[in-house]
Design a binder for this molecule. Structure first.
Ligand SMILES: [Zn+2]
Length: 186
């Protein structure tokens, strides 16, 4: 996996939290565990993409994105089948503005959200999400720092000693700092 940035970890923690919170939300509403794309949901959208109607390979798409900004949940009423291109186009944007959405499909998504009463308290959730992000960010940095300190002797061992021509001027510098030696004063 390519090294990207420290923020990958807190973002991932936020996503995992929103997945778990979604399960809790479903449970509280007396709904079955979402799991992988249920056949009932697929047939509700005619076994096709909820945004464009294509029957291509479908993925689970979060109507309200499950990220720090939008604070969507992985829960009934917030997951629709979508083709990969529509999923990519949508990314983190609001679903209502999806360029491939027509009137009937817009109504179908709205009816689905309403039927499952998907309306979590986003304001309160956002406070938790922000705190989680901040904690995960601090902890991540502390862990990496710990690793760097703990591995310092081992990382040093991987390197060959610096070439002598780099060491010599350093010795001269030390002499300058320490002042003239006995032999130099005589
Ligand atoms: Zn599509």
């Amino acid at each position: 996996m390519a090294l990207r940035s420290y923020s990958d970890v807190p973002n991932r923690v936020v996503r995992l939290f929103l997945e778990q919170a979604g399960r809790q939300y479903d449970q509280n509403r007396g709904l079955p565990l979402f799991g992988s794309m249920p056949t009932s949901l697929l047939s509700r959208f005619g076994n096709s993409c909820a945004y464009c109607g294509d029957a291509a390979a479908l993925v689970a798409e979060h109507v309200v994105p499950i990220n720090r900004t939008a604070v969507g949940l992985h829960a009934w009423g917030n997951i629709v089948p979508a083709c990969e291109p529509c999923n990519k186009v949508k990314a983190g944007n609001p679903w209502e503005g999806h360029p491939r959405l027509d009137g009937p499909r817009r109504s179908a998504i709205a009816a689905y959200i309403a039927e499952y009463r998907y309306k979590p308290d986003v304001t309160e959730l956002r406070i938790v999400v922000e705190k989680l992000y901040e904690l995960a960010d601090t902890q991540t940095r502390a862990l990496i720092d710990f690793g760097l300190v703990a591995s310092r002797p081992h990382i040093a061992g991987l390197h060959t000693p610096p070439p002598t021509d780099l060491v010599t001027p350093r010795r001269e510098l030390d002499q300058v700092v320490a002042g003239p030696t006995d032999s130099a004063t005589r």
